[in-house]
Design a protein around this ligand. Structure first.
Ligand code: CP
Ligand code: NVA
Length: 309
């Protein structure tokens, strides 16, 4: 079997992504194998940025699979001093069966995977948040059925990890993915290229809009995220005024023209900024199911990865 990593959304083929989403449903419905990590297999879950959902969903999910989670704040590791990422990877693989890492630049997790003898999973980088998008896709499937042909619009910082992962992961699922972002915050061209490559294989599509109203028209799902991601607090950009027209509020939600639109937000939300209370707490909101599904989707992903070893 080949060693597989999950560093970005298109590390899974469309068929593999669907297989994992179906397994995630099995775990949620009590049909998943109870202890695929029995032994127990150990999973290192390492954080260079803060986390509530990712940390708790991995730690509890690994324990539920019969595995042993080793959750570490990277600031207490030698990684934060002079030890290289590659040497860290070589050592971790002597102890654990999977490495899950939340870090900054994607290049760092690429370096970890290049030297690792065990699967490496991206628990969020500046560029991608692929575990979140597996949970998002599971949530959309629960509410809307098969993903191919559904339209998902992302509003906000088009160049952040969530926008990028929804583009690439949504296109992998055969969805029509749209983004609407202020000037200067469009998705990276190389991400759009990767998403369009996938869309060409799956029948999905990728569209970039300037107007939030046009972008949401006809959308089945509307997603947003923080205007300021972790690590961007002092980047010198105005991350408020150009974003105000992109706030996900009742008026913009009504502009979908659909009765059954679902609202996604990976959380944490900045209520009153990128999303209003009315929408976050309203009948279209799927955000707490989305948060729960982190655990089911990650249990499916970990099971799938260790079964390939
Ligand atoms: N959505 C998400 O990744 O949340 P945390 O930052 O709390 O892990
Ligand atoms: N884009 C956000 C997601 C948080 C889960 C960030 O990177 O801070």
């Amino acid at each position: 079997m080949t060693l597989r990593h999950f560093l970005r959304d298109d590390d899974l083929s469309p068929a593999e992504q669907l297989e994992i989403l179906e397994l995630a449903d099995d775990f949620k419905n009590g049909r998943g194998s109870p202890s695929p990590l029995a032994g127990p297999k150990s999973v290192a879950v390492i954080f260079e940025k803060t986390s509530t959902r990712t940390r708790l969903s991995f730690e509890t999910g690994i324990a539920q699979l019969g595995g042993h989670p080793v959750v570490v704040d990277a600031r207490t590791m030698q990684l934060g001093r002079e030890e290289t990422i590659e040497d860290t990877a070589r050592v971790l693989a002597r102890y654990v069966d999977v490495v899950v890492w939340r870090t900054f630049a994607q290049a760092r997790i690429d370096a970890m995977s290049s030297a690792s003898d065990v699967p490496v999973v991206n628990a969020l980088t500046n560029e991608f948040h692929p575990c979140q998008v597996l949970a998002d896709l599971q949530t959309v499937r629960e509410r809307h059925g098969p993903l191919p042909g559904l339209t998902l619009t992302y509003l906000g910082d088009g160049a952040n990890n969530m926008a990028h992962s929804l583009l690439v992961g949504g296109a992998t699922a055969g969805m029509n993915v749209r983004t609407a972002a202020p000037h200067g915050f469009a998705p990276e061209q190389w991400v759009l290229d990767a998403a369009r490559k996938r869309a060409a294989e799956t029948g999905g599509s990728v569209e970039v809009f300037d107007s939030p109203t046009e972008a949401v028209a006809g959308a089945d799902v509307v997603a947003t995220d923080s205007w300021t991601s972790m690590g961007q607090e002092n980047d010198g950009k105005d991350r408020v005024s150009p974003f105000r027209p992109f706030q996900l509020n009742a008026e913009l939600l009504a502009a979908t023209g659909k009765e059954e639109t679902s609202v996604l937000h990976c959380l944490p939300a900045h209520r009153g900024w990128e999303i209003t209370d009315e929408v976050l707490d309203g009948p279209s909101s799927a955000v707490f199911d989305e948060a729960e599904n982190r655990m089911h989707a990650q249990k499916a992903l970990l099971t799938w990865l260790v079964q390939r070893r």
